[in-house]
Design a protein around this ligand. Structure first.
Ligand code: IPE
Ligand code: IPE
Ligand code: MG
Ligand code: MG
Ligand code: MG
Length: 292
């Protein structure tokens, strides 16, 4: 099982569902809807939806049963990317091999498109069919992972640590929140809605947290070693802005060592779900070994 294979099996359903859940671009306010579709469709690895599906599979459920939940997580992710790229944050002009949302639609529309995607995420997740208690838990997971205790809080500290020299503890605090929490929530939500036990949900959240740290360190490494045409973002942008990344603060060797050890703990957890968790093992390896 490799990423290309797994992605080819599940991506068409994800892409189709994302397109159907987005507001039609023929509907008013058209420019807002065009910006939302631009930021969500035609690009992206869909790593978080794939993790959500893999976690559901690991506890014995089908991927289709968590498809809308998986899409709701991708909406939050796409919102975070639009805002992350804004001139007042990372000021990036390239994303998923295309000009960033604000380059095409202007800052004001990009901000609103992000806001609307964040809202659409919760509308989508709360509309999932299933046990109301489980759906409510899933909504809570996504809310907590997105806000000040998760992605937004991590982004805040990431911004404040620019040009600073954070400790290893502070760096992992930032990475675990800005990226790790949403990835951990993808796994927890897949497990919850897939009918996993509380213990399984916690195990899979822990797996996701390790994958998330590894995923963001790999992102930092790719910013230094990758090529813009492959990563779909302007390579070297972090150095240019003096961002506190793992390789910048600790050096490449140490960054790779921390990422590898985080991947190893994810693999240890994933193996407990063998054979249903085979995709989780592959996705943990992909988080580190990917080229884009
Ligand atoms: C980029 O995420 C931002 C991070 C949190 C590292 P991805 O690498 O998953 O971006 P897409 O969705 O594939 O474009
Ligand atoms: C982004 O981290 C984390 C988010 C919550 C969006 P980065 O700023 O490193 O992500 P990229 O490199 O722009 O995708
Ligand atoms: Mg950033
Ligand atoms: Mg960025
Ligand atoms: Mg980055």
């Amino acid at each position: 099982l490799d990423f290309e294979e797994y992605s080819a099996a599940h991506r068409p359903a994800i892409e189709d569902r994302l397109g159907r859940l987005l507001p039609p671009t023929s509907e008013k306010p058209r420019r807002l809807h065009e910006a939302m579709s631009y930021a969500v469709l035609d690009g992206g690895k869909r790593f978080r939806p794939l993790l959500c599906i893999a976690a559901a599979n690991a506890v014995g459920a089908t991927g289709e049963s968590v498809l809308d939940a998986a899409c709701s997580i991708e909406f939050v992710h796409c919102f975070s990317l639009i805002h992350d790229d804004l001139p007042s944050l990372d000021n990036d002009e390239l994303r998923r091999g295309k000009p960033t949302c604000h380059m095409v639609f202007g800052e004001a529309t990009a901000i609103l498109a992000g806001d609307a995607l964040f809202s659409l995420a919760f509308e989508t997740l709360s509309s999932v069919n299933g046990d109301a208690g489980k759906v409510l838990s899933a909504i809570r997971e996504l809310g907590r992972a997105s806000g000040t205790h998760g992605m937004v809080g991590g982004q805040m500290l990431d911004m404040e640590s620019e040009s600073g020299s954070p400790s290893q503890n502070e760096m992992s605090w930032i990475h675990e929140r800005k990226t790790g929490m949403l990835i951990a929530a993808s796994c927890a939500i897949g497990a919850i809605l897939g009918g996993g036990t509380d213990a399984q949900v916690e195990q899979l959240r822990g797996y996701g947290s390790s994958v998330g740290l590894c995923f963001q360190i790999a992102d930092d490494i790719l910013d230094e070693t990758g090529q813009s045409a492959v990563i779909g973002k302007n390579a070297g942008a972090d150095r240019g802005r003096n961002k506190s990344t793992y390789p910048a603060v600790f050096g490449m060797t140490e960054a790779k060592a921390v990422a590898a050890s985080s991947m190893k703990s994810a693999l240890d957890t994933a193996r407990a779900f063998y054979p249903k968790g085979a995709a989780l093992e592959m996705l943990a390896e992909y988080a580190l070994e990917r080229h884009s």
